[in-house]
Design a protein. Sequence first.
Length: 146
Amino acid sequence: MGTSGGVVSVKSVGKSDVLTNAQGKTLYTANVEKGGKIMCTSGCTSIWMPADGSASQAKTAAADLNLKVGVVKRPDGTDQLTLNGQPLYSFTQEGPGKLAGNGAMDAFNGTQFTWSAATTGGTQAASTSGSNSNSSSGGGSTYPGY
């Protein structure tokens, strides 16, 4: 497996093959976002950055990686990459080749999120550290130690 138009790649991180963005950062999905439903907006996107990409980039990634990569329109009108219909995000508080956000939990605007690294097998990546549990009353979360 390799890159696809520079927008999505597969890298071995820890004990899992995860999807990464062009900067090598792990891509994540949120448990509450299925079928292209966007729940991570406003303050959430300051922690979880939407993975931008065009329909043609998604098509190339899908063909190159043999995965169901697509796009969904965000509420602001931008295109966001998806895997199996779930929007993809990078975790702003980790660098390339890390899984710090895997298993993280937080809440934004009254919605509880649990984040999982996007893998080639469609299952959650093996955790490289303990569970990260963080919550907020609405605007965002803090992740001490990242």
